[in-house]
Write a protein that binds this ligand. Structure first.
Ligand SMILES: [Zn+2]
Length: 402
């Protein structure tokens, strides 16, 4: 665990490591710099790979849509002060604040049979929510962001199993990042859509799924979404701070409002149930949490600069460039520091940039060919390694995500 002195917030670390910036031209929206975008894409790729193994199909739907869609879905009534609206050719348009209505339109674009369910649509669409400029805060509170969203369309008899699988997915995803998730069941809020009986049933479904998954959980009274109860998933970071990230929400309302159907065994049209779920929550916010959790010192698989090659003097630059090429071509995010600085200065700068490894090349290494002296970010000397040996070590560490 990190000690509380000398801790930096993600905005400061983001600036020092050149990860992202903000501009007065787009309050509440992130400008991702190359290194920050590497972290973003690496995380998204990891999640996408996991989701395709779990039978998800990725979709994408428009960002600018007629406001009528949100009136139909029910979001307008409960959420309109957070929606950005425009008038285009005398029609009211909105920037989508959520992906659910778009997913519903894709669901209902063709006839679905009971056999097709469960359908799992994942969606990394850009969302916009009108937050007051005074409450915007770095990556934690934005007007434009991406949720690693998904909507599951299931038959009522599939709810338990589907939630069960989802809980396992969340546990396994966070475990692979070294976190232990904690679960909370959030019940009916005061401002809610739908009858008492449906809510009771839905809350019971989630409770049974939590019990079956054998995870400990707490209750958050009246904290559900307006369309249904939810399971909130929290993690603790390296500073023992609690973050609510993932969420699983059960919804009987939007399928009704959007007129979703599937044809059942008996040939009759029935309503599917919708499950909204996110694993990371807002991707931007999640990266903000990770930046503070690691204090910028990312594990190798996520690190934007995995290795910096440091020639000791100008006469070692050519050999350094050749070794850099070999490492870079194997997909390792490497760089060469060939400035005319002292080795001490280069090591200091590479450490400040939180590069995981430094590969030092001097007379001895040049003489042996294909050898570098490896040093870790924490100052540990790993001695001379063959380039192939070093690459193997990196790959093993990347695969383990440590
Ligand atoms: Zn949704």
């Amino acid at each position: 665990m990190f000690k509380s002195s000398n801790l930096k917030d993600h905005r400061q670390i983001g600036q020092e490591l050149d990860l992202f910036s903000f501009s007065e031209y787009a309050p509440g929206a992130v400008f991702w710099h190359p290194k920050g975008w590497i972290i973003y894409c690496t995380l998204a790729d990891f999640l996408r790979k996991k989701l395709s193994q779990e039978g998800y199909q990725e979709i994408s739907s428009p960002i600018l849509v007629k406001s009528d869609l949100f009136k139909k879905s029910g979001h307008w009534e409960y959420y309109h002060e957070n929606i950005f609206n425009f008038n285009i050719e005398n029609q009211s348009y909105s920037l989508k604040p959520m992906n659910c209505p778009g997913s519903s339109l894709i669901y209902s674009a063709k006839t679905r049979s009971y056999n097709d369910l469960p359908l799992r649509f994942s969606d990394f669409g850009n969302l916009h929510r009108n937050e007051l400029s005074g409450v915007l805060g770095g990556l934690f509170r934005l007007r434009q962001f991406v949720i690693d969203d998904a909507h599951h369309f299931v038959r009522p008899d599939q709810i338990q199993d589907e939630i069960h699988e989802l809980l396992l997915l969340v546990v396994s995803f966070y475990k692979s990042l070294g976190f232990t998730p904690e679960f909370y069941l959030s019940t009916k809020p005061d401002k809610a859509m739908g009858g008492e009986k449906l809510w009771e049933e839905a809350e019971k479904d989630l409770k049974i799924a939590l019990e079956n998954a054998k995870v400990k959980f707490g209750i958050k009274e009246k904290d559900g979404a307006f369309y249904g109860p939810k399971i909130d998933i929290h993690i603790k970071d390296s500073q023992d701070r609690d973050w609510q990230l993932a969420t699983i929400q059960l919804d009987f309302q939007i399928p009704d409002r959007m007129g979703l159907e599937y044809i059942d065994k008996d040939g009759k049209a029935k309503r599917p149930v919708m499950i909204h779920r996110a694993v990371l929550g807002s991707t931007e916010r999640f990266i903000g949490v990770l930046i503070e959790h690691y204090q910028g010192a990312f594990p190798l698989w996520l690190s934007p600069v995995q290795c910096i090659i440091l020639p000791i003097s100008d006469r070692h630059t050519k050999a350094a460039q050749e070794i850099y090429k070999k490492i870079f071509q194997k997909g390792i995010r490497a760089a060469v520091d060939d400035r005319s600085e002292t080795l001490q200065a280069k090591i200091r700068d590479a450490t400040l940039q939180k590069a995981n490894y430094m590969g030092i090349i001097g007379d001895k290494e040049v003489e042996k060919e294909n050898v570098i002296s490896v040093r870790t970010r924490d100052g540990k000397d790993l001695g001379q390694l063959e380039v192939s040996e070093f690459l193997q070590k990196l790959q093993e560490e990347i695969d383990k995500k440590i």
